[in-house]
Design a protein around this ligand. Structure first.
Ligand SMILES: [Zn+2]
Length: 267
């Protein structure tokens, strides 16, 4: 797996319609695995393939509290129920959020990473995530649902629990070497067999500097974000400070630039 660069507004790929996946094969699974790593690295709830530059109808969703993310290939909403106003953010608008209208529940279906048919009635945050991500696949962004331009504000202004990471993220990586020992007669795993490697996913691994500056510029030119309530360095800027400070150097080729890569890429 690998972290992929997240495209931010106004990257034109965010306005493109993604293509239906004809066959759920290994290429789709690799894309999905990368998307999950990127999503989790950013601390987001959902990610659509065009947000990482792939024009395929693939979405990953990781709800807070759930152990792992799910993969939705060719997701479709069949039915919606109710309406509610809810604060929403997007990994393609890091540092911003706004009030939008979403369904209370949706009946949705998709294919999972093995090509199996899935069908759910999703509610609340899950329903919101499904609607938000399917919008992405159709080139629609959450700012299109805002009641007015002024409704887009700096993140943190509105109360919201599920903030994505706006800073570098420390990950604890456990490397289990218990199988490496040749003359190990013990059956029980020894703590010394488990090496804990600290790794940092940096904001700059997730986003490019130039795309963030362009996003701020274009949002302001389009009349969004009339005032900046945060006089401190905003999310887009703050990660570039202290570059490398929290980084743990490692000789392990497994760790490339502080980002955990696929173990299979060691060779
Ligand atoms: Zn989004």
């Amino acid at each position: 797996m690998a972290i992929r660069r997240i495209r931010v507004f106004p990257d034109p790929i965010l306005r493109k319609k993604c293509r239906v996946v004809r066959r759920v094969d290994d290429r789709v699974r690799v894309l999905a695995a990368d998307m999950i790593e990127t999503l989790d690295g950013a601390g987001g709830i959902g990610l659509a393939a065009n947000q990482v530059g792939a024009l395929q109808r693939v979405v990953t969703i990781h709800l807070p509290g759930d152990e792992s993310a799910i993969v939705l290939v060719n997701p479709e909403v069949r039915e919606t129920e109710g309406e509610r106003e809810i604060i929403e953010g997007c990994l393609s608008f890091p540092g911003y959020e706004g009030l939008v209208k979403r369904s209370v529940s949706v009946k949705a279906r998709w294919l999972d990473e093995n090509g199996s048919k899935m069908k759910v009635t999703a509610e609340e945050l899950f329903a919101q995530a499904i609607e938000h991500e399917i919008d992405h696949l159709n080139g629609i962004l959450f700012v299109d649902h805002l009641l007015a331009h002024e409704k887009l504000v700096a993140a943190g202004t509105l109360e919201r629990e599920d903030e994505p990471h706006m800073h570098d993220v420390e990950l604890e990586v456990h490397a289990d070497h218990s199988d490496d020992a040749i003359d190990d007669e013990r059956n029980e795993p020894d703590e010394s067999d488990v090496e804990i490697v600290q790794s940092t996913i940096k904001f700059s691994d997730l986003y490019s500097d130039s795309s963030i500056s362009q996003m701020h510029y274009d949002l302001r030119s389009a009349g969004y974000v009339i005032d900046d309530p945060d006089p401190d360095p905003g999310p887009g800027r703050q990660r570039h400070n202290g570059d490398g400070q929290n980084r743990v150097e490692s000789d392990d080729p497994h760790l490339n630039g502080g980002v955990l890569l696929d173990p299979e890429r060691r060779n």
